[in-house]
Design a protein around this ligand. Structure first.
Ligand code: SAM
Ligand code: SF4
Ligand code: FES
Length: 351
């Protein structure tokens, strides 16, 4: 009964207290079903049945940071490093366009080889050659750099804050600062990017209270896109023996955030599909409306190893494109046409 009341409040007010969020995070049985059903209904009412695809181009596996959980961390000496050159990146973007993608996500470790000028040139070239929205996911830079990328044509930016617990943040991100991360996210918003952020589920030491606070922080940052994924231990990192994140808590977090920001774009992430063979389908049925298949060649896919066991690692990009479409259709949904701009962004930027 209590959960039903909380869901009614979330549905009408798009707001919840931390305690209410915690109750939803521990919901089981009928209560959990009702949470997922309500989130699915809200997704349908605000977004419809279209699932938008993003072509993910992981263009560099070099990283200057040392995040405890990530296989690309600089201290992982057995990581395989590569950098794609400008023409190669533009070629892959072209191929993605030919496969029907209307958004490409340029993602990498924090790799300063890609200077402001280099990245601007890549963005401009892609925009000249194909009509796609460009999302950057390249980590922390200066305000000036973010501005230059926006002026060059970048549309969106994804950067998770990973955890809102500052103590945990400090522990798992040596040499980095939570304050700076949040400042970067605020700059990106101010510069007019469609802003994506989110967090990891299941970092060792993370409590239910932390998770509820993570959800509140996404709402406070007024994200247009929300990326949430379970932590998956990588054998070459300090967290190699830690337990993986919970699929159940990931799905519940997706559902709660759909209720709090009804018109945001929310992906069913690859990490979710890696821990559960039906993870992406489950995500799409409890609030998610985006999938981000990798469009790189097999050689690069294998080398960009954030965590082991990633799905689609041996599949060719054309095969994934077909596979993901059949998944979407099997759920009674359809592949979105066009760039799939976040409705939240559209609504907020015109009001
Ligand atoms: N370097 C950029 C950054 O950190 O924002 C972008 C690339 S980074 C690889 C993208 C995301 O991968 C991170 O935000 C992090 O949440 C996720 N990630 C890294 N290691 C992971 C792991 N072991 N399990 C699950 N997700 C992971
Ligand atoms: Fe680098 Fe991003 Fe991995 Fe951290 S999560 S080590 S910043 S690639
Ligand atoms: Fe890659 Fe199914 S989406 S194999």
């Amino acid at each position: 009964m209590k959960v039903k009341k909380i869901l009614e409040k979330a549905y009408y007010e798009n707001n919840l207290t931390k305690d209410e969020i915690k109750l939803l995070l521990i919901a089981e049985g009928e209560d959990k079903d009702l949470l997922f059903k309500t989130a699915d209904r809200v997704r349908k009412e605000h977004i419809g049945d279209e699932v938008f695809l993003r072509g993910l181009i992981e263009f560099s596996s070099y990283c200057k940071n040392d995040c405890f959980y990530c296989g690309l961390r600089r201290s992982n000496l057995s990581a395989q490093r590569y950098r794609m050159q400008e023409d190669e990146i533009v070629e892959v973007a072209k191929r993605a366009y030919q496969m029907g993608y209307r958004t490409v996500v340029l993602q990498s470790g924090e790799d300063m080889y890609y200077t402001k000028d280099r990245l601007c040139s890549i963005i401009k070239k892609i925009k000249r050659v194909v009509d796609v929205a460009i999302t950057l996911s390249i980590g922390e830079r200066s305000y000036d750099e973010y501005k230059a990328f926006k002026d060059a044509g970048a549309d969106r930016f994804l950067m998770r804050f990973e955890t809102s617990n500052e103590k945990l943040y400090r522990k798992y991100h040596p040499g980095m600062s939570f304050e700076n991360r949040i400042e970067c996210l605020k700059w990106l918003k101010k510069l007019g990017y469609e802003l994506g952020t989110g967090f990891l589920i299941g970092l060792p030491g993370q409590t239910l209270d932390d998770l509820a606070q993570d959800i509140i922080l996404v709402k406070e940052l007024d994200a247009d896109m929300i990326g949430i994924g379970p932590f998956i231990p990588h054998p070459q990192t300090p967290l190699k023996d830690a337990k993986e994140g919970s699929v159940d808590l990931t799905l519940k977090s997706i559902a709660i955030l759909r209720l709090l920001i009804p018109d945001a774009n929310i992906p069913a992430t690859t990490a979710l599909g890696t821990l559960d063979p039906l993870g992406r389908q489950k995500g799409l049925m409890c609030g998610a409306n985006i999938v981000m298949p990798n469009v790189n060649s097999l050689e690069y896919k294998l080398k960009y190893e954030l965590y082991p066991g990633k799905i689609c690692i041996n599949e060719d990009a054309t095969k994934c494109r077909g596979c993901i479409e059949s998944i979407i259709v099997s759920l009674g949904r359809k592949v979105g046409q066009g760039k799939g701009q976040s409705r939240h962004y559209k609504r907020v930027s015109v009001s």
